[in-house]
Structure formats: C-alpha cells, structure tokens
Design a protein around this ligand. Structure first.
Ligand code: SF4
Length: 431
C-alpha cells in the first residue's frame, strides 16, 4: 500500500468537538502527516461526529459519499460522539474504514498505521462505562481566540440527553495542566481563552496519586472556582470566557469573582431548557425557574452590562400550549441577551424518547420560530442599551469580503472594514 501522507478533517457539532479535531490534527501532523482542506484530495479523511446533530446518520453518509466521489482510494475514519453511540451502524456505511470510539480517539495515529485499504471497516470502541481518561485539547482560530477543553463527560442524567452515553462519566484536567496549556496558548499569540467542557461547572481536578490527609482534603476542595482563580493570575492572556455553565453550578462566588476580575469577561451562557417547572422536572434538570431567575438577578445586579445567553428546548414531550406560554413569558421577563433555541428530537436510549405527549413536528418548529424572534429582539435591546458607550473590542485576524469582526467584553459583535493593525488587538470602540 502506498504510504499515507495527507489527512483532512471535518467536524460536526460543538466547540468541544472543534477543539478535539484540532488536537487530532496536531497528533497526526506530529506523526508526519500533511494537513489538507476537506474539499481537497487527501489520503485519509477524518470525520468527527456529533450525537446532538439531528440526522447525524444522514450527514455522515453524505460526507462519506462525497469523499468516495472525489477520492475513491482514500481511507475514511469516523470518530466522535456518534461513533461511540452507533459504531456498527457507521461501520456498515460503504466507504468507512475505521470507527474510533471515545477511548480510542486520541490513539488515532496508531490505528491509522494499522489500516489497510480493502479491509472491511474496523471498529475500535469499548463500553462508555470503561472510558475514564481525560485528554485535553484546544483549537486556536486566527491566533486570537482559543477554545480550551478542561472537562469532559457528565454525571447528570437529563432525560433528553445522549451525551453521557457518548462521552462517559464526568472527568477533568488538572489545574496544573490547564495552566500549562494556557501558557502555551499565550506563547502562540492567543489573547482570549474560552474554557469549554461538557459540564464545565462540574470541573473537579483528579486527586494526586500519593497523598496525605491534608493534600487529599485540599485536592477534594478544588473545583471550577479554584480553576478560574488560578487562571486569572496568568500573564499574557487578556480575556477568558466561560463557554456554558449549568445554573445549579453557577455559584455566588463564581459570579462575584467574574464581577471583580479584569480578565473574565462579563458574559455567561446558562442553559435553561424550559421556563416551566413541570417540564424541567420531566427533563430531570437540577433547578427550577425561580432559581434560574435568581442567578440572572445576581449577575445583573453586580454587572448590569453583562451578556447572558440561554439554551432552550422547544417541543419536549408533554409541553402543552400553556407550558410553552409559560416558557415564552418567563424568557420575555428575564433580563437576558440572547437565546440558543433547539427543537426537541427523539434520541435512542433516552428516557424522553418513550414519554407520552409527543408534540407534532410542525408545532415544534412554530415554537422554535417564536423563540428565535424573541432572541433577536433581546439581542437588539441589549445592543441598544450600550449605544454610545466605549468598550474594548478584540478584533480577529480573519478578513472576509474586506471586513473584520470582533467582540466587545460583553459579547456584542462588531464588524468594520479590515485594518491589518487591528488584527488580534484590543481596540477602544464606540458602540
Ligand atoms: S447536564 Fe444534562 S444536558 Fe448537559 S450534558 Fe449533562 S446530561 Fe446532557
């Protein structure tokens, strides 16, 4: 078999997946592979899949077919959440050579070396309960903003979610290792680091191996708050953002810390999912709407300029007109800046998939549209509140149609004609 020299990647899903793809790419580049664009011809194509994406199956088949059309001799590797959940289904897709589950993803180089063209698809995967290692990863876009994974997996059991089955138990990086990654990013020119994880607020660094009583109790007390305290002290990084944090883990001390930090940006993304307590109960969420409203109130009291985003799911089984109205009115009343709206869709092996009260798909879509309109108005209102203010914008280095983009501290997007001297720089900007 001719030597495999080039590799191209395609990522589906969230920022965590993007950061993991970047790490897979670095692993293979260190092994001597040359990275190609996905649209180009490459010896190997790696698709990093997502289980949240509706039609993950169709998307995966479509991508494999497109590879076969442009480059029938190439090898195709599928990894990511969907590969962990449905390895056999994926292995049966014509053209797939290797399926890597959660435990084997970062051993990609070794698995690729053992691949041979013409073999039937090989599955390298184990039960998710056996997945326990943590692999840190980061992606660095345009050398401006980096997404750094510090936590993986989740011990919660929200009734709609397949992520614990795809990514396994909650586990975290050590604070020491996160610090070393952040220093590396700073040395590579990153100005902003976005901390990412599946259940980020549940960050619990592993206990040291040999330890005495004092070390054990000190280690056990370490949590997300300890992490942000340490990161705040590092020179070189000017901005941090917390990608998303469960409301029940967003403690007063974290909110107060961010309010007093120059480096942690006034921006929170806090999943709500529903504004009806009955639906939150069926979703097995660990808070109720009153608690969520209390989080928003504290944030806005300490940081009136803070951006707050919320995830919401519409069309969950049993979500009556009244439940939806309750959600709509609750979101309307909350002082938040934008929404990420998801249309509920059934996922195999979840409790919600067998619940009664299935909502017709057209109604799910109508509700989605209503909340997206509300989100648009909220974002407009939030932006208007800051008109005339001078805020710092971190401009990115990417030029698109002679324009450049950046974000204020409180996540307002700014676009302006491209100026090379502003790339990767903080600029005082009048909104
Ligand atoms: S907190 Fe709930 S929704 Fe989020 S990953 Fe864990 S189980 Fe899924």
């Amino acid at each position: 078999m001719a030597e495999l020299k080039t590799v191209a990647f395609h990522t589906l899903g969230c920022k965590l997946n993007f950061s993991e793809t970047s790490s897979l790419s670095r692993i293979l580049e260190n092994e001597g592979f040359e990275k190609k664009e996905f649209d180009d011809r490459a010896d190997i194509y790696v698709i990093n899949t997502c289980s949240v994406t509706e039609n993950a199956d169709k998307e995966c088949r479509y991508l494999v077919r497109s590879i076969q059309r442009k480059s029938p001799e190439s090898l195709v590797v599928i990894t990511g959440c969907y590969a962990q959940l449905k390895p056999k289904e994926i292995a049966e897709i014509p053209g797939v050579n290797l399926v890597l589950g959660a435990a084997e993803k970062f051993n990609i180089a070794q698995h690729i070396r053992q691949l041979a063209r013409g073999d039937s698809a090989k599955i390298c995967s184990c039960d998710i309960e056996e997945v326990s290692g943590f692999h840190s990863s980061y992606s660095l876009n345009d050398r401006t903003r980096a997404f750094l994974k510090v936590q993986d997996g989740c011990d919660y059991n929200c009734s709609f979610c397949t992520i614990p089955a795809a990514r396994g138990k909650g586990r975290s990086d050590s604070i020491k290792h996160v610090i070393s990654n952040v220093k590396e990013l700073a040395a590579n020119g990153a100005k902003e680091v976005v901390l990412t994880g599946i259940n980020l607020g549940d960050f619990r660094p592993p206990a040291p191996q040999r330890r005495n009583f004092e070390e054990t109790s000190a280690a056990e007390k370490q949590n997300f708050y300890s992490l942000i305290n340490e990161l705040d002290k590092i020179d070189g990084i000017q901005r941090y953002r917390i990608s998303s944090i469960e409301p029940n883990l967003l403690t007063n001390e974290i909110i107060e810390f961010v309010a007093n930090s120059d480096k942690f940006m006034p921006h929170f993304h806090v999943p709500l999912q529903s504004g009806s307590n009955a639906i939150l109960g069926m979703m097995r969420r660990r808070y109720r709407k009153e608690f969520y409203a209390g989080r928003v109130k504290l944030i806005k009291t300490l940081m009136p300029h803070c951006a707050i985003g919320a995830d919401v799911i519409v069309g969950f089984p049993g979500e009556s007109e009244n439940h939806f109205k309750e959600t709509f009115d609750f979101l309307h009343s909350l002082d938040i800046s934008y929404l990420h709206v998801f249309t509920y869709s059934e996922r195999d092996n979840t409790l919600a998939a067998s619940m009664e009260g299935v909502i017709p798909v057209n109604i799910r879509h109508e509700r989605n549209k209503m909340l997206r309109n509300l989100s648009y108005k909220k974002m407009q209102w939030f932006t208007q509140q800051h008109e005339g203010q001078i805020r710092k914008v971190l401009f990115e280095g990417h030029e698109k149609e002679q324009m450049m983009e950046g974000y204020t501290d409180n996540y307002i997007r700014v676009s302006t004609p491209f100026r090379v001297e502003w790339c990767n720089q903080l600029v005082d900007w009048t909104l």
